[in-house]
Ligand binder design. Structure first.
Ligand SMILES: [Zn+2]
Length: 581
């Protein structure tokens, strides 16, 4: 899943005012919504189980049983293990590891007899990206002390030029608040022109939270500081218990990726650093109070803004590149002369966070080599179960492994904007992307994110019951998973979609606790690797479920429809799409 709560903010924020919001909101955007920054998501969270108003058809046909028996555990394990191996270097969008993965997947699709469904008669659909990396030459000095990028500070994106050189006297500006109605002016008597200004996040005790939020909104605060001529800002106290500085730093020190088609900012903006408490102690060293004492005092509401009597020198260096990365698509043509023009599409993103210049690799095994292993096993089962074209499902079946998901569903967004199969003929999308709960044990409980929004919910419920699984509601609704993976790009284009997730039998709280722990320790980190205790029968069960759902949709007389009550209800490929999540 991807950590962005909105994925196309640059398009929406081309004014300075909008940009100021973006500068600050991007802290939240760059981080997993799981960690308490989940600000601006629509209240359309999904994954609530289908209301049991109808009786599920509790049996599988002999054909379904036979076809789904072709799902091989071995294939899921092989593909997942292969893709998360060091040779693929974390499959970073725009990096050679991802290209290698794309070639590997194209090769597997070819061997299964899938026809190329990319562009120019190939399995690939190439997409142009822009990437930005913070170079090792970057340096930040405060007085005589050099601060370390990644541990002492990180730089808030976006990065609009290759070189940023700024020097100025350091000024501590408290919370940076100017609010006559709160009887507060942190900037009174300060000259910020040409200065590097330190501002505290958080709030003093006893202040009305709503009023405080208003006067410390990103745009208000930036207007206060930069409007008075500051040349740089350092945000202190930015970490919280839910989102410690180390987590912020882990994300913001990584390579950044966006679609090449996204417009660049038409102006440059002073740099904003986010600093750790330890770094702030170095900054305050030798002044009249330590940083800890300063924070204690600031908490009481006292105005303690002052010059620190030191200079800060920022020499920021970025490498900005244009690069490409590809979606991979193959199709098994349907057997019905007319209906084969329509298709069910299985999706999973194969990208992870790639490799950093310091050698850190983010293997993305559970998220989402596992999902790709799962759709590959489904592709294999379809092609082995229906070797003769005439025996195949009526509609065609597309397998699409997308790139660029982690940075904002870019591969899926690109595919729906430049579909290699007519969007109005895509019956449904079935997506696999997750946090690896399927490997916790034999899958017994299944979640169909988005099930309540369309006819797919009925199919999901029927197949779940028929395969002996228990339909569970979304175990972590606060994660808002329905708008956070590739199927949402299809949903916005009017294509009914499901994202499948599985968990073991027994006490749900046990695996939710395990998942939460994994989100804290392994999610999007170097330790998302294949573990020896993974139970591969879990994803095998989920693959069977997905395959049979796909089979039923592919053989149905009509394509699935949205529930009329769903907020996503609209025709496929409409001229106007829903606003981005
Ligand atoms: Zn993912």
């Amino acid at each position: 899943m991807n950590p962005y709560s909105r994925n196309d903010f640059p398009r929406q924020h081309q004014t300075l005012h909008g940009f100021l919001i973006v500068v600050f909101a991007s802290i939240a955007l760059a981080l997993p919504a799981s960690s308490g920054f989940a600000g601006q998501q629509p209240a359309t969270s999904s994954g609530v189980a289908v209301a049991p108003t109808r009786k599920a058809a509790a049996t599988l046909s002999a054909a379904e049983r036979k076809a789904s028996a072709r799902i091989k555990l071995q294939t899921i394990r092989d593909v997942t293990t292969k893709l998360s191996a060091p040779e693929f270097e974390g499959r970073g969008t725009g990096q050679s590891g991802a290209d290698k993965a794309a070639q590997y997947l194209a090769g597997r699709f070819a061997k299964l007899g899938l026809k190329p469904a990319g562009e120019n008669g190939t399995y690939l659909q190439q997409i142009k990206f822009k990437t930005t990396q913070i170079l090792a030459e970057t340096s930040v000095k405060v007085g005589d002390t050099t601060l370390q990028h990644g541990t002492d500070y990180v730089i808030l994106p976006p990065y609009s030029s290759d070189v940023v050189d700024v020097t100025g006297d350091l000024v501590f500006a408290g919370f940076g608040v100017v609010a006559p109605d709160l009887n507060r002016d942190d900037l009174a008597g300060l000259d910020l022109k040409g200065k590097v200004v330190i501002v505290l996040s958080g709030q003093p005790e006893g202040v009305d939270a709503t009023a405080w939020k208003r006067v410390t909104s990103p745009q208000v605060r930036a207007a206060n500081i930069f409007g008075r001529g500051a040349v740089a800002m350092i945000a202190a106290n930015a970490g919280t218990s839910a989102q410690p500085f180390a987590t912020i730093a882990n994300y913001l020190s990584r390579r950044r990726v966006s679609l090449a088609s996204q417009p660049t900012l038409p102006f440059r903006f002073p740099p904003v650093l986010i600093a750790s408490d330890a770094a702030m102690e170095k900054v305050f060293a030798g002044s009249e109070m330590t940083y800890a004492q300063t924070w204690e005092k600031a908490k009481t509401g006292a105005i303690i803004s002052r010059e620190l009597g030191k200079k800060a020198t920022l020499a920021l260096r970025f490498k900005r590149e244009e690069t490409t990365s590809s979606n991979v698509a193959g199709v098994l043509e349907g057997s019905d002369p007319k209906l084969k023009e329509e298709a069910v599409i299985f999706t999973a993103h194969y990208d992870a966070y790639g490799i950093e210049s310091d050698g850190r690799i983010f293997p993305g095994a559970a998220d989402n080599a596992l999902g790709v292993g799962t759709i590959t096993s489904i592709a294999e089962a379809f092609s082995k179960a229906f070797p003769k074209p005439a025996s195949r499902p009526r509609r065609s079946i597309i397998f699409l492994a997308v790139t660029g998901e982690e940075y904002g569903l870019f591969g899926a967004e690109h595919w729906v904007a430049h579909p290699t199969w007519p969007l109005d003929k895509i019956a449904a999308d079935i997506n696999f992307d997750g946090i690896g709960t399927e490997v916790y044990g034999p899958v017994k409980r299944v979640v169909g994110f988005g099930a309540e929004h369309s006819d797919l919910g009925d199919v999901f419920e029927d197949v779940s019951v028929a395969t002996g699984n228990i339909v569970s509601p979304d175990p972590m609704p606060e994660e808002n998973a329905f708008v956070r993976s590739d199927h949402y790009s299809f949903v916005k284009k009017g294509v009914p979609a499901l994202m499948l997730m599985g968990g073991p039998a027994g006490d749900v709280n046990v695996w939710i606790a395990r998942a939460r722990k994994w989100l804290e320790t392994d999610y999007h980190t170097q330790t998302d690797t294949v573990k020896p205790d993974w139970d591969w029968t879990g994803p095998q069960t989920l693959a069977k479920l997905g395959m049979i759902i796909g089979l039923r949709v592919a053989n149905a007389d009509t394509m699935p429809a949205w529930r009329t009550t769903s907020p996503f209800n609209k025709p496929r490929n409409p001229t106007k799409v829903l606003p981005a999540n």
